[in-house]
Write a protein that binds this ligand. Structure first.
Ligand code: PA5
Length: 433
């Protein structure tokens, strides 16, 4: 089981710029670890990979087993931090066409997501899609009052009741929510759903390793023991105060050097389609944690090499207010060797005997070189393998770096007051009492 590597040799910064921010890292470390910083009532995620409730964890595994045995489809209902993490891990570690695979080849039921927007078309199509299948629901909402998942849950729950009758529908619903408060907790208690707890001291975007992510991830047949083991090792590795031995703190520091030097945008880059959704999770994590008080880097993404053919020009030659962070996987279980053709009409015979991963690696190297030539700083985070252990570590790496980085720019990395603005207007327009 290996460590993640962080390479900032192309960060385009000077030694003194690195040294200058070291004391800030120490200050942020203290604020986080001593629990004295802003938002300190939401730092339960910090030691969660060690302190999590083992009984609940066993219950998650038992429920996942039940779902795997009985369900054709699991619909995961949630928005923001209540779905992005689960989808990230499921996408990263499952077959690229998981839902399309025949049942015997899948490790769990088909997994669909709902309640992450307000589209009647989407929900209608989903209902049509799952009509003749054995359906289970996992509704996830910490507050229990979020409009998007609440609408989707009402619709899907009623569809289940219509199909199976009330008592059987109840057995098919798992609710993940706050221990005590909120409409979903009240409904779950009233109806008798099996429930899992979102710890009060863990905010949505830091909740992937709690039951929020763990139940759907386990239902997809992914090894949640390995996921938590990776996170726990990450927790230990990234609590080392000495920044020169802590790649997580180095990442937090370097992105702040970039910010101080006037960079406005951080682009998370991947070269593997199954890792594309990681950027969605990461964008919420950093966007919601840092984008406040008029501050913060704007987080965005590139899925390469796809986006090199659409956004590549902008990165290479556009305004120099960006830097890139590449998340790279070093080895793959599956690969394809390029075969020889007698007549080299497509001009590819120079690649005969080479793997696609080799071509992809050189695309990454060539791109990095080009972008650095174009004055775009490049940071690279490498994971040896794309498995549950390394992914658990990577998720923890980003969460820890985000808490540290947020404190470095002087914001509360654990609140999101700005998210309420649209809701307030929407409720007024909808006439909510
Ligand atoms: O990170 C956050 O706090 C948000 O993205 C929430 O996860 C999201 O708004 C969903 O909230 P809830 O789980 O209360 O429905």
């Amino acid at each position: 089981m290996s460590k993640l590597k962080f390479d900032y040799s192309n960060a385009m910064i000077k030694e003194h710029e690195y040294e200058f921010l070291k004391p800030q890292i120490l200050t942020a470390h203290k604020l986080l670890h001593e629990g004295t910083g802003a938002g300190n009532d939401y730092i339960g995620w910090l030691d969660y990979p060690k302190t999590y409730d083992k009984n609940e964890f066993s219950r998650i595994k038992a429920s996942a087993k039940n779902i795997k045995q009985k369900a054709d489809v699991l619909v995961v209902i949630g928005i923001g931090g209540s779905y992005l993490g689960a989808k990230t891990v499921i996408d990263a570690l499952s077959h690229s066409f998981y839902n399309e695979l025949p049942k015997e080849k899948r490790k769990g039921p088909k997994i669909y997501f709902a309640g992450h927007q307000i589209s009647g078309t989407y929900l209608n199509d989903l209902l049509e899609m799952i009509e003749d299948q054995s359906v289970y629901l996992n509704v996830i909402s910490k507050s229990g009052t979020t409009t998007e998942p609440a609408i989707a849950f009402r619709v899907l729950k009623n569809a289940l009741i219509k199909k199976y009758g009330h008592d059987e529908a109840v057995k098919r619903i798992y609710a993940t929510t706050d221990e005590k408060s909120g409409a979903l907790r009240a409904l779950a208690t009233e109806e008798g759903y099996e429930t899992f707890i979102i710890p009060a001291n863990v905010g949505g975007r830091y909740s992937v390793l709690t039951p929020v992510g763990l139940l759907p991830i386990a239902a997809a047949g992914i090894d949640i023991d390995a996921l938590m083991a990776g996170a726990e090792d990450g927790m230990l590795e990234y609590s080392v105060e000495n920044i020169d031995e802590n790649p997580c703190y180095q990442y937090a520091l370097i992105r702040n050097v970039q910010y101080n030097k006037g960079k406005a945008i951080e682009v998370l880059v991947n070269y593997e389609p199954s890792m594309a959704f990681l950027a969605e999770w990461w964008m919420q994590l950093y966007g919601e944690s840092e984008g406040k008080d008029g501050k913060g880097l704007f987080p965005t993404k590139m899925n390469n090499t796809t986006d090199l053919h659409s956004m590549g020009q902008m990165i290479q030659d556009g305004p120099r207010h960006i830097f890139e962070t590449v998340v790279r996987v070093e080895s793959f279980e599956k690969d394809i060797v390029i075969e020889s053709e007698k007549v080299d009409l497509d001009g590819l015979n120079y690649l005969v005997g080479k793997n696609m991963s080799y071509v992809n690696y050189n695309a990454f190297k060539g791109t990095l070189e080009a972008h650095v030539d174009g004055r775009v700083p490049n940071l690279v985070i490498s994971m040896e393998k794309k498995d549950a252990y390394h992914l658990g570590k990577l998720l923890y790496f980003f969460m820890k770096a985000c808490g540290i980085s947020g404190y470095m720019i002087g914001v509360n990395p654990f609140d999101q007051p700005g998210v309420e603005a649209y809701k307030k207007n929407m409720f007024r327009l909808l006439g909510k009492k």
